[in-house]
Write a protein that binds this ligand. Structure first.
Ligand SMILES: NC(=O)c1ccc[n+]([C@@H]2O[C@H](COP(=O)([O-])OP(=O)(O)OC[C@H]3O[C@@H](n4cnc5c(N)ncnc54)[C@H](O)[C@@H]3O)[C@@H](O)[C@H]2O)c1
Length: 324
């Protein structure tokens, strides 16, 4: 049984991660670090008997652990990650893994030199409807993949539990970006996963309500060797929905929230892709792969590289001239 500590006990930790750990026979959360007392109390209520701490130094002095699970806002992933690796702990970290390419390179070297794993939470790959679509793709149902379309419609950004920064998703200093950094990250690793290749170019148009603010809408084309992935993300839609379409040279796979269409076959799933924001069942499905990566860090390198591609695409998009 691997022993873990959650760093940042906010909305995703409480609603997305804890239920999966409570049902796991391979990993147990033995400690929680949160800088606010309110959230440490929330952890004590969710996980009776848990040790809580205000800092990682206190955690290191007060608990024996094998890994950390970082669930702080994006700009606060890097510091606990480096600290954890230096203390000999494996790392699971929410997306966006890191915001800065130089920092990512330092973490890559540190993890490799210490023989430890850094695994990003790329949980959308584990959504039942997406797994089924991926299986159909890999089974050759639509022939060779030629184009991907991914649309994420939201009427606003997701609520946060951080009492000190309830609106961190709209604060560039904490979020590192807007809807592209938040939702685009998932779309980019899905496109790479489905094409089985790295993108070779990106075009992007971003909408910002104010010049210094984050983007609330993004239109992106990633160019892969076999074709494009067209991505549209918005926080200003009138409805909440996720759609995806994979077009091959012999057919099409389409996801419309809770419905998967493979050719003429239509399959309904229990929950829509856009239902909820924390997806405890997807996290539970991902956890065995994460723990396998902790046991053999070489196995975890691919998921780190997947995150590296997400960051470099987003960084390139932010450097392009801003559109509409
Ligand atoms: N993979 C997904 O589907 C998914 C879904 C939601 C959120 N997320 C990601 O999870 C992360 C957290 O999002 P959230 O919505 O839970 O945010 P949140 O604001 O609800 O929670 C953040 C928590 O971190 C704590 N915190 C902040 N700074 C800290 C520090 N320096 N040390 C210790 N604790 C600190 C806050 O007190 C708060 O409890 C983000 O990176 C977000 O992008 C991923």
């Amino acid at each position: 049984m691997l022993r873990g500590a959650i760093i940042g006990f906010g909305a995703v930790a409480a609603n997305g991660h804890v239920p999966a750990y409570l049902n796991s026979r391979e990993a147990k959360i033995v400690a929680v670090v949160d800088r606010t007392e309110t959230r440490r109390k929330a952890a004590e209520e969710s996980l009776p008997g848990i040790a809580t701490f205000a800092t990682i130094e206190e955690l290191a002095a007060g608990a024996e652990i094998d890994f950390v699970d970082i669930c702080t806002p994006p700009a606060l992933h890097g510091e606990p990650m480096v600290d954890a690796l230096r203390r000999g702990w494996n790392v699971l970290c929410e997306k966006p893994l890191l915001l800065d390419l130089d920092e990512l390179e330092r973490v890559r070297i540190l993890a490799r030199d210490s023989g430890l794993a850094v695994v990003p939470v790329h949980n959308w790959k584990y959504a039942p409807i997406i797994r089924r679509a991926t299986e159909a793709l890999h089974a050759g149902t639509i022939g060779s993949l030629r184009e991907i379309e991914i649309e994420t419609l939201r009427i606003e950004d997701c609520a946060a539990a951080d009492p000190a920064h309830p609106n961190w998703r709209r604060d560039p200093a904490l979020a590192g970006g807007g809807v592209l950094m938040d939702h685009g990250w998932h779309a980019i690793y899905l496109a790479r996963h489905w094409f089985g290749d790295d993108p070779i170019g990106v075009d992007a148009r971003l909408h910002r309500a104010t010049a210094s603010g984050i983007e609330d809408e993004a239109t992106l084309t990633l160019h892969f060797p076999k074709g494009p992935a067209k991505i549209f993300l918005t926080w200003r839609a009138e409805t909440r929905r996720n759609t995806m379409r994979l077009t091959g040279d012999r057919g099409e796979i389409a996801i419309n929230d809770d419905t998967l269409k493979i050719g003429n076959e239509e399959i309904r799933f229990e929950s829509a892709l856009s239902a909820g924001s924390h997806h405890a069942d997807w996290f539970a499905a991902m956890l065995p792969d994460v723990l396998a990566g902790f046991c053999s860090p070489e196995q975890a390198r691919e998921s780190f590289e997947e995150a590296a591609v997400c960051l470099s695409v987003i960084r390139s998009a932010y450097q392009l001239p801003i559109g509409f």
